[in-house]
Design a protein around this ligand. Sequence first.
Ligand code: CP3
Length: 354
Amino acid sequence: SANDRPTGQQQTGTYDSPFLRACRREPVPHTPVWFMRQAGRSLPEYHKVRKGIAMLDSCMRPELVTEITLQPVRRHQVDAAIYFSDIVVPLKAIGIDLDIKPGVGPVIENPIRTRADLERLRPLEPGDVAYVTEAVRMLVQELGSTPLIGFAGAPFTLASYLVEGGPSRNHEHTKALMYGDPQLWADLLDRLAQITSAFLDVQIEAGASAVQLFDSWVGALSPADYRRSVMPASAKVFESVAHHGVPRIHFGAGTGELLGLLGEAGADVVGVDWRVPLDEAARRVGPGKALQGNIDPAVLFAPREAVETKAREVLDAAAGLDGHIFNLGHGVLPATDPDALTRLVEYVHTQTAR
Ligand code: CP3
């Protein structure tokens, strides 16, 4: 009944939106579409409002966050908004000395590598991110029946930035800690699971209709290592937000060999990158979960006909699925032509209209 619906969905009338119906594997009027990293650098209107404001500062200004989150919804008519923030915002909020360097990504002055360093990772409290509560409330008012997706970084991906001190290709310090001091590693991931859970709670309680856990770099691990050293912490995050009743999406890049485990960790929807076709991904994930994906973001640089051919392949591979949300296989690349994204949304909507 309507009374059993999650608070945010009941207040804003998003419950029957195509996006949330697809997450619940119910029939949809058309395949819903949104794009990871849709809010941001591919849009000229984004550059205009961000001018002279540092990335992390922009995340703390509710009016600006609201405007940036709405920009791709207005422009592309996507079926969901994703909250404009970054995976390192909750770490900044508990006092970690990090910055987001343009063109580089998150950089941490003093990496976390010893037991003493762990003490710097105190629990996140809702009051630490009051600006998130305020922005989400503003957004759900503005969005009406369009759902808002909240998000957070998963413990492994956050640990990688904290332990390496910045972006890393090989994650060598992270793996050295994971293999060399399993107890310290487990304690680190446990603290990060608490921070991530609390950050998602804040967004859901303020009205987000769904959440996505980004474990962007977890494809660097073997299934055995993922199961042993990472999955317990991610499972704790999914478990801790389960009582809200909103769909939980789990995404990582390069995770073909991990797809089954990403679902098992507790997700309702598994995000798939472009390396595994969706019909094969469905076999790996197993029944009872919707899939999200999975056109290669680089395809958007090809001519319109080629983009449509690749989109058609994705839709054909998804034809037998029980719950499909169309997305890219990873985030929108900064130099993407925004019109190519708008056309892709329209293509998927018209091709799948029922
Ligand atoms: O998806 C959206 O549109 C919402 C906003 C969003 C940002 N970061 C804004 C951002 C989201 C969902 C994220 C998540 C994020 N941040 C992830 C997971 C998603 C993924 O792509 O796998 C990761 C790994 C990060 C860490 C991070 N922050 C990176 C790698 C970068 C890019 C560095 C660069 O400039 O090339 C950032 C910075 C960042 N986050 C920007 C934006 C719009 C660019 C900031 C700027 O240009 O000033």
